[in-house]
Design a protein around this ligand. Sequence first.
Ligand code: URA
Length: 428
Amino acid sequence: MAEVHDAVEVIRVKRDGGRLSDSQIDWVLDAYTRGAVADEQMSALAMAILLRGMDADEIARWTAAMIASGERLDLSSVPRPTVDKHSTGGVGDKITLPLAPLVAACGAAVPQLSGRGLGHTGGTLDKLESIPGWRAGLSNAEFLAQLANVGAVVCAAGDELAPADRKLYALRDVTGTVEAIPLIASSIMSKKIAEGSSALVLDVKVGTGAFMKSEADARELARTMVELGSAHGVHTVALLTDMSTPLGRTAGNAVEVEESVEVLAGGGPGDVVELTLSLAREMLAGVGLDAVDPADALADGRAMDAWRAMISAQGGDPDAPLPGARETHVVVAPSSGVLTRLDAYGVGVAAWRLGAGRARKEDPVSAGAGVVWHAGVGDEVTAGHPLLELRTDEPERIERALQALEGAFEVGDAAPERRIVLDAVRPS
Ligand code: URA
C-alpha cells in the first residue's frame, strides 16, 4: 500500500532544503490532483521548490508522477514514425504552423497537442483559430485518423493528459512560481512524454522575449528536459535559439498565419525559414529520416499541400480570407540608418495589449490584432517611413501598446550579426 503523508511535512522538508522521497512526491501530486492537498499548500511547496531546487532524481520522479496522473496516448497504430516539437514560447513564434506540415510532407507524423497563449507570448491554437471554420477540439479517434492520413495534427490537449500539470501550472501562474527550472522542465516534459511520440525536438528560447533571459539558464533547462525525455525512451534534442528579437515580421494571430503561408509557399522571412528548416532537420534525424531534405518539400509545394490537408481535416478553409483589424496605427522610423535593435518583449507586450493575447485564461483574443514590422534588425530604414504597424479592433488599446514600444527599437549605423540557432543540447 502507498504510504500516506502529510502536506505540511512535505512542505517543511523542501522549505528546509531537504530532498523529497519518491513516496512523498507520488503522494503529494496524487493528493493535489484529487483535491486532498489544498491550493495554498501546493503554492507553498511550489515556492519552496523554486527557492531550494530539486536534484535530478527528484525531477525525474516528479515528472513520472505527473505523467501517471493521467493517460499516456498510444500512437502505435500510426503507420509513420512520430515526432513532435515544443517551443518554450516566444514572440512571433509561428514556427509550428509551417513546421508540422513540412515534417509530415517528409514522411513523419507530427502529433502536436498545443496550448493557448498566456501573457506576451502567443498560442498556436489562437493563431490557427483565426482560420474560418478551423476547430482545435478533436476526439481521440479523429486525432489518430488525421495523424495516419495527413501526418500532422495541431489540436488542444484533452483533460486526461497530465491533469496534475494542468492544475499546478494554473496555480504557478498566479503565485509567482512559474520560473523554476525543475517545475518548467517537468511541466513541459510530462505533457510531451504522455503524448506518446517517439522523438521530440525542443526549441528553448533565450532572450528578452523568453522565459529564460540568459543562455546559462536556457542550457540548464534544455539539459534537464533532454535527460527527462531520454529516461522515458523519447529521443530528445534541444536547440537553444535567439529570442531577443521577435521572429519574422509579425506578432499576432491572423498575421502570423499569413506569414506562415508565405513560408509554405517558398518565401517568407529568412529567420523563420532558417529556424523551421533547422528544427525540421532535427525532427527528421530523430526518427531516422535524415536522408530527406526538408528544403525540397518547401520548394516543390509538398509542404503547402500537407498544410492545406491539415487545415481542411479540422474544418478550416485554407482559401478563406483571414480576419483583419478595424484600426491601424503606423509608427515611423525616427531617423535614417539601420535598425539595430527590435526588442522581443516590447513587441510581444504591444501585440498582447492590442488584443492578440489574453491576461486571464478565459479572456477572448482578437484574430486581427497584432504588430507588423516593415524592417528587421540589420535592414535599412528611412526617416518618416513606416517601421511598425499596430492593428487592433479597439482604438483605445493603441496608447498602451505604444507605451510598450517605447525604447524597444533603435536606429543606428550597423547591427550586430544575428544568430538564430545558438547551440544544440543532445543526449549524453
Ligand atoms: N510551458 C509549460 O507547459 N509549462 C511551464 O511550466 C512553462 C511553460
